[in-house]
Design a protein around this ligand. Structure first.
Ligand SMILES: *[C@@H]1O[C@H](CO)[C@@H](O)[C@H](O)[C@H]1NC(C)=O
Length: 258
């Protein structure tokens, strides 16, 4: 069975990369003189909690860049997505930002490796992790359908969120991925994108299933844009999440683990 668990771990990572179009990290501290001078270091230093003892991740979901590049509409949507991200970053005031200019796939991988695999869970996926884990993937699993508030109805406790405008569009096949995650008590939350009209978190087994708030201006839907923010605090340890809108409003606070 071991090959299967390893496959599941790889799947989690690939899914994670698909979900996180861009990540920003606050409180990222490096010990190399290179990065102090603002140059990327060839050997990337480990990510650490900053002096404030917290570490912030902004999820920019479903950016839909590059659509209809031959029209006026496409580039205008891309400029809109840039504005949404800039507004969120201004409001959240994170530390270093990984933008397309600094190769997001590698930066994203680094962050996700820290979050998902810090204690070698990728190698030993069948063992629970000693630290809380967060999973990022793009298309919701069928478990989201089970916990979803009825589409277009009010979002009621224990779920938290502000828009519930459509049905969950889950992936048809997931090869036991959710079962593998549900058996890991270290998994505290899963974040997905894909459905632009949903931004809720609902409990499932011992974890939270969350939709990251839609950020991109391309694609379908005209719901106000924003981004889900995750803040991990070192001492006492806690992982909390909220949504920051383009206009600066903050809502939908959830404690993912404490
Ligand atoms: C910000 O946008 C939200 C919609 O997401 C709206 O409900 C709220 O009233 C707006 N707030 C301000 C201050 O414009």
């Amino acid at each position: 069975m071991r090959w299967w668990h390893n496959l599941a771990a790889v799947g989690a990572l690939l899914a994670a990369l698909a979900a996180a179009a861009a990540l920003t990290v606050a409180g990222l501290r490096s010990t190399t003189s290179d990065s102090k001078r603002g140059h990327p270091s060839p050997r990337r230093p480990p990510l650490r909690f900053g002096p404030g003892g917290s570490f912030k991740v902004a999820l920019f979901a479903d950016l839909h860049y590059g659509e209809n590049a031959w029209t006026d509409w496409g580039p205008a949507q891309d400029a809109g997505s840039d504005r949404v991200m800039a507004a969120v970053l201004d409001a959240e005031k994170p530390g270093p930002v990984c933008s397309p200019a600094c190769s997001p796939p590698r930066s994203a991988l680094l962050v996700l490796l820290i979050l998902v695999c810090r204690c070698c869970c990728c190698v030993h996926f069948h063992e629970p992790c000693r630290i809380p884990e967060l999973i990022f993937w793009h298309i919701p699993s069928t478990a989201y359908v089970k916990v979803a508030p009825k589409a277009k109805s009010e979002i009621r406790k224990p779920c938290v969120g502000s828009i519930n405008k459509e049905d969950v569009a889950p992936q048809a096949a997931e090869w036991g991925m959710m079962d593998a995650l549900a058996k890991r008590p270290s998994v505290k939350a899963i974040f997905v994108g894909h459905n632009h009209g949903l931004d809720w978190c609902c409990p499932y087994e011992k974890m939270w299933l969350c939709f990251a708030r839609h950020t991109g201006c391309g694609g379908y839907g005209n719901w106000p844009r924003g981004a889900s923010i995750i803040q991990i605090t070192e001492n006492p340890f806690s992982t909390v999440s909220w949504i920051r809108m383009e206009n600066g409003t903050k809502h939908s606070d959830v404690t993912l683990s404490s």
